[in-house]
Ligand binder design. Structure first.
Ligand code: HMG
Ligand code: MG
Length: 301
C-alpha cells in the first residue's frame, strides 16, 4: 500500500450541508447546543451555517443568530457558506474565521444552485474573496459537480480545472472538490487528482464526498493514497444539496473516523463525542441517520 498521511484534518459540515436539505426545521436553541457539542469533539473546523438567501435554504434562515450564540472554542475555526457580498456582511456580523464561497464546474448545476452562469459568478465571488481578505478572513473555494452533474452527466477534469484556476487566481486559500451527487468511483478520483495535483499542492485540496451510492469511503481511501489529508464530513452522514436531485448525505464523520483511526491515522477527534453529538441530532430530527458505525454503536446495525 502507498504511504498514507499520518494525520488527517476533517471539517465538520453537518450544521451546514447536513441540515440544509432537511425539511424538519431544527430550532436555533438546538442548533446552538449541537454545534457547542461539536466544538468539543476535537475537530478543527466547523462550517456552522450558510448566509445564502433564506428563501432558497429555509432550514438555515437563522444563520446570524446561530453564529452570534455559539460558544467559540479557540482551537476551532468557524466557517460558513457565503454566496455574495450581502452574505459576507451578514457572516462577518455573526462571526466567521473563514468564508466558504461556492460554484459549480457544470453550467447547469451552477445556474440551478446560484441562479447565474459560470461566467457571471466569477465577478461576484472575486468580490467576496477580495473583501474577505481585506477583513482578514481565510477563504475556501468549493467547486461542485467535479465528477458528474445531475443535469449534464459527466464533467471533465478540464472543466474542473478552469474553475479552480479562477478561484486560485482570486486568492482562495484552498479548494474543496465536491462529488455533489455521490456518483464517483475510485478511477474517477484518480483521473481528476492526476490532473489537479499537476497544478496545485495537495495541501491546498480538500475532498468533499457525498455517499449516495456508498462509494465515499473507497474514494477517501484512494485520495489518501494520493497524499490528500483534508476531507469534509458530516455527523451521522446527514446532508445533500436541494438543487442537486438525488444527492444523499455527506460521508459520515463517524465512518471516516472508524476508517482513519483503524488505519492508525491521527485526527485529534474523539469518536465517543462524535457519537454523542450524532445521537443528539438524530433525536431532534426524529429519524435514523445513515452512518453505519453509528448504527453499530447503537446496536441497530
Ligand atoms: P438571486 O435570487 O439570484 O439573488 O439568488 P439576487 O442577487 O437577484 O437577489 C434576489 C433576492 O435575494 C433579493 O431580495 C436579495 O436581497 C436576496 P429581494 O430584494 O427580492 O427581497 N438575497 C439575499 N438574502 C439574504 N442573503 C443573501 C442574499 N443574496 C441575495 N446572501 C443566491 C442568488 C446565490 C443568493 C441564491 O441563488 C441562493 O441563495 N442560493 C443558495 C443555494 C444553496 O445554498 N445551495 C446549497 C449549498 S451549495 C452545496 O450544497 C454544494 C457543496 O456542499 C459542495 C458539494 O457538495 O459539491 C458546497
Ligand atoms: Mg455538499
Amino acid at each position: 500500500m502507498k504511504k498514507l498521511p499520518s494525520f488527517v484534518q476533517l471539517k465538520e459540515v453537518g450544521p451546514r450541508d447536513g441540515l440544509q436539505n432537511e425539511n424538519n426545521f431544527i430550532s436555533t436553541d438546538d442548533k446552538v447546543a449541537w454545534i457547542d457539542m461539536l466544538s468539543n469533539t476535537g475537530v478543527s473546523e466547523i462550517e456552522y451555517s450558510s448566509f445564502v438567501n433564506p428563501k432558497w435554504i429555509p432550514a438555515l434562515a437563522d444563520a446570524k443568530e446561530v453564529g452570534k450564540r455559539i460558544k467559540r472554542n479557540p482551537k476551532v475555526e468557524y466557517s460558513a457558506l457565503v454566496p455574495n457580498i450581502r452574505g459576507l456582511e451578514n457572516a462577518i456580523e455573526a462571526g466567521i474565521d473563514r468564508a466558504s464561497v461556492f460554484m459549480s464546474a457544470s453550467e447547469t448545476h451552477n445556474l440551478k444552485n446560484i441562479n447565474k452562469s459560470i461566467e457571471n459568478t466569477y465577478p461576484v465571488l472575486r468580490q467576496v474573496i477580495e473583501e474577505s481578505k481585506t477583513e482578514g478572513k481565510k477563504v475556501t473555494g468549493y467547486v461542485s459537480t467535479v465528477f458528474d452533474c445531475p443535469y449534464e452527466g459527466s464533467i471533465s477534469p478540464d472543466q474542473v480545472m478552469r474553475v479552480c484556476d479562477q478561484l486560485i487566481a482570486y486568492g482562495v486559500d484552498d479548494i474543496s472538490l465536491g462529488d455533489t451527487i455521490g456518483s464517483a468511483v475510485p478511477s474517477q478520483v484518480e483521473r481528476l487528482l492526476d490532473e489537479v495535483l499537476k497544478r496545485f499542492p495537495k495541501e491546498k485540496l480538500i475532498m468533499h464526498y457525498h455517499d449516495t451510492r456508498g462509494m465515499a469511503i473507497a474514494n477517501i481511501m484512494t485520495s489518501l493514497q494520493y497524499g490528500i489529508s483534508r476531507f469534509d464530513t458530516s455527523i451521522g452522514g446527514l446532508g445533500g444539496c436541494p438543487y442537486a436531485p438525488g444527492a444523499a448525505g455527506n460521508v459520515a464523520t463517524n465512518d471516516v473516523l472508524y476508517l482513519l483511526h483503524g488505519l492508525g491515522i491521527g485526527t485529534g477527534i474523539q469518536e465517543k463525542k462524535v457519537q454523542d453529538a450524532s445521537i443528539f441530532i438524530q433525536n431532534k430530527l426524529g429519524k435514523k441517520l445513515p452512518s453505519r458505525s453509528l448504527a453499530f454503536i447503537e446496536g441497530t446495525a
